[in-house]
Ligand binder design. Structure first.
Ligand SMILES: NCc1[nH]cc(CCC(=O)O)c1CC(=O)O
Ligand SMILES: [Mg+2]
Length: 337
């Protein structure tokens, strides 16, 4: 037989032929330890509100969220990430409800830590669920987002969360310099074990649409966007610069967001800094997958699990995903947790 190259001494299919040899050469694995579950919390008791653009995701009142947390603990999911949906009457131009020590999020954190002290609790630091205009920061009379004035409010928000017992504060606002200032203020108050997960490489993406429905900021945001503070989807060097700054300022963990369209960024960040690196499979990615799954166009389990293991291959140490409990159940069934 006339052959080119190394064929047939090399047949790539040999190692793919058997399940045992596929397992032996598998490079990336998803485990329950990789999962962070983002949840939406709302006022009330026994209240669950569906989010139409996120089929299967509900905003829960604290009592129901505790049941959800119990399931996370049973499944072995390490962390829940909290996002609030507050009443319109509490929203202001400066988003000051974010800093209320008795606000919805601090109360949720206290309830979670009281019942499930071993479950990691992460809180989002940003003003968009609390502002009348839906932006992540304070704005001037022209609608421009003010950096330094916003940081003052973010510091108060972080302290309210950390003092309530949050294990991780996660600034998702993309103001410059906020990681360093938040770190400094935590240290001053002796909150030396509060971890900071910085949404460092966060893009001005359209894939956050369903999330904005869930926290109730989309109608307030209207047609304005976040491009003056979030990154341009066309850039990748800028992402490394952002990550470097946040690590230097005291971030313990960094994040790339969104996930699937930004795997190259995730890869570069992990290779360059070797720091604990996370990725957010955002609401729009979830919505796309669910829409195809519900139409019968994609296989549910295969599509979800492939999307998650690809984040691992690209270098993620963990994944924020609305699929976390489902993925954890599948991993448990396979005895892989
Ligand atoms: N600062 C808010 C925030 N925190 C997480 C997300 C998006 C998460 C998702 O889409 O699942 C957003 C939206 C935004 O920046 O507009
Ligand atoms: Mg930055």
């Amino acid at each position: 037989m006339q052959t080119l190259g190394q064929f047939p001494s090399v047949r790539m299919r040999r190692m793919r032929h058997d399940d045992f040899s596929r397992r032996l050469m598998r490079e990336s694995r998803l485990s329950v330890d990789d999962l962070i579950y983002p949840v939406f919390v709302t006022e009330g008791t026994n209240t669950r509100v569906k989010v139409p653009s996120l089929p299967g995701v509900e905003r829960l009142s604290i009592d129901l969220l505790l049941k959800q947390a119990e399931e996370c603990v049973k499944l072995g999911i390490p962390v829940m990430a909290l996002f609030p949906s507050i009443e319109d009457s509490l929203k202001t131009p400066d988003g000051s409800e974010a800093a209320n020590p008795d606000g919805l999020i601090p109360r949720t954190v206290r309830a979670l830590k009281e019942h499930f002290p071993e479950l990691g609790v992460m809180c989002d630091v940003a003003l968009d669920p609390y502002t009348t205009h839906g932006q992540d920061g304070l704005i001037d009379e022209t609608g421009f987002i003010l950096n330094d004035e916003t940081i003052e409010m973010l510091v108060r928000q972080s302290l309210a969360q950390a003092e309530a017992g949050a294990d991780i504060v996660a600034p998702s606002d993309m103001m410059d310099g906020r990681i360093g200032i938040i770190r400094q203020e935590l240290e001053k108050r002796g909150l030396i074990y509060t971890k900071i997960m910085a949404y460092s490489a966060k893009y001005a993406s359209c894939f956050y649409g369903p999330f904005r429905d869930a926290v109730g900021s989309s109608s307030n945001l209207g047609r304005s966007n976040k491009a003056v503070y979030q990154q341009d989807p066309a850039n990748t060097n800028e992402a490394l610069w952002e990550v470097g700054l946040d690590l230097a300022e005291g971030a313990d963990m960094v994040m790339v967001k969104p996930g699937m369209p930004y795997l190259d960024v995730l890869w570069r960040v992990k290779q360059e800094f070797l720091a604990p690196t996370y990725v957010y499979q955002v609401s729009g990615e979830y919505a796309m997958l669910m829409a195809a799954i519900q139409n019968g166009w994609l296989d549910e389990k295969k599509a979800i699990m492939e999307s998650l293991v690809c984040f691992k291959r690209a270098g993620a140490d963990g994944i924020l995903t609305y699929f976390a409990p489902q993925a954890a159940r599948w991993l448990a069934e396979e005895g892989r947790r």
